[in-house]
Design a protein around this ligand. Structure first.
Ligand code: SOE
Length: 397
């Protein structure tokens, strides 16, 4: 516990699935990590006052509000955590940074490159005053993924030659699954591409330390009309009367060229029957390879090509040792962690960076880079999968 540390008073805007995950992290992180500032769960903001009050009571926020702007006027709020759909990120984040609040914003950063650029510019202005912004690509903080990054940076697989990254889910396989905000371009920006493909892009860039420079892609919508939503539960909900038109992709397939010439293969789909939350990568190098699957998130597969040929093969590293990233704070070796721990690690890293007066990563510039990749894939798909440079997205915006 950090009882004597100065407070970091947090307001969270949004109260859906991500609101629950972030609330848990704000509560748990200071109990397992020694943080230089003590997070206080001050205000939860939701559009519906009754729901916001209920969520605040359940998750442990001191107060609730139905007006995010009023929170920005308060002196007793230091950080705004944005867990709303993409369409509202830019407006809230820019206003919060201008009001002198640090910002944590869910991914993808925005619904367009234009919005993401405005957010990155606001973040740069704020950083010059010691106010910081971070985007929530939380899977960087799964210890096995962080370890993969460390091993690649240490040269353990030699020169990276190829990689493939996929993020596979199946919650839209049923054509009667109702229309939710994630299927509406106005609200979500894009479909599988932005919702889960954004994670794949960020993770690929983070783990390999490289940046995408051009892409060639195809987007596909497999079910174009769905029943309207009666009531939402988790990602989906119950169907009401009437239908709505799906305006985003269900599946995105693309290849991407990195700045050092490496070619990567990417897939993001919500139609991968049987795959629930399978974010996978495999990176192959001149001396070895690494392979990861979020559905088995405590494990990292490592092929050491320098080992004795008689016994070498992919081996499983159980990433639960105190020597592994973040793991010293948790349980004895072999006692597994879960999906939610990445959010606590995100809080730890954010709070540490703010206390040190340093830019937390992934920054809004990192979020802008991913947004440019998303927009380049969309442009490419509209142009018969033509290779499209990320730079072209700035002209397009
Ligand atoms: C739904 O596809 C979803 O909740 C995404 O929105 C999250 O970003 C991802 O982490 C899990 O799946």
């Amino acid at each position: 516990m950090t009882g004597s540390s100065p407070p970091l008073r947090v307001a969270m805007v949004g109260n859906g699935f991500m609101g629950a995950a972030h609330s848990q992290a704000w509560r748990v992180a200071p109990r397992f990590f020694d943080l230089p500032l003590e997070p206080r769960m001050s205000v939860l903001v939701g559009r519906d006052a009754g729901r916001a009050a209920g969520a605040a009571a359940r998750w442990g926020w001191a107060e609730s509000s139905d007006d995010w702007r009023s929170v920005l006027d308060r002196d007793d709020v230091d950080l705004v955590d944005i867990v709303t759909p993409g369409w509202s990120h830019a407006e809230i984040a820019i206003a919060a940074l201008e009001a002198g609040k640090h910002v944590l914003c869910e991914k993808p950063l925005a619904n367009s490159v234009e919005e993401a650029r405005a957010m990155a510019d606001a973040a740069a202005r704020a950083a010059s005053r010691g106010v910081f912004a971070m985007v929530g690509f939380t899977y960087r903080r799964v210890p096995a993924a962080t370890l993969a990054r460390d091993l690649i940076a240490a040269g353990r697989i030699g020169t990276v030659r190829q990689l493939s990254v996929s993020y596979l889910q199946d919650w839209l396989v049923d054509p009667l699954a109702p229309f939710t905000w994630r299927l509406d371009k106005e609200q979500a920006g894009s479909g599988a591409l932005g919702d889960i493909g954004a994670h794949a892009i960020d993770l690929a860039q983070y783990v390999t330390g490289r940046q995408l420079v051009s892409v060639s892609g195809t987007l596909e919508t497999l079910v174009t009309e769905r029943p309207v939503l009666a009531e939402s539960h988790g990602l989906s909900g119950t169907a009401g009367v009437g239908t709505a038109t799906v305006t985003v992709d269900d599946r995105a397939l693309f290849t991407g060229r990195f700045d050092d010439g490496v070619l990567g293969g990417f897939e993001a789909s919500r139609f991968s029957t049987g795959r629930k939350n399978a974010l996978r990568f495999e990176v192959s190098g001149s001396l070895g390879a690494l392979s990861f699957d979020l559905e088995n998130l405590n494990a990292l597969q490592f092929y050491d090509g320098t080992a004795d040929p008689a016994t070498r093969g992919f081996s499983t590293i159980l990433v639960t040792e105190p020597e592994h990233p973040y793991m010293e704070a948790w349980w004895p070796s072999g006692h597994l962690i879960g999906y939610e721990h990445g959010f606590s690690h995100q809080v730890r890293d954010l709070v540490d960076a703010i206390a040190r007066g340093e830019q937390p990563r992934p920054s809004f510039d990192d979020g802008l880079q991913v947004q440019r990749a998303l927009e380049a894939v969309e442009l490419s798909s509209q142009n018969g999968s033509a290779w499209t440079a990320l730079a072209e997205t700035e002209e397009y915006a």
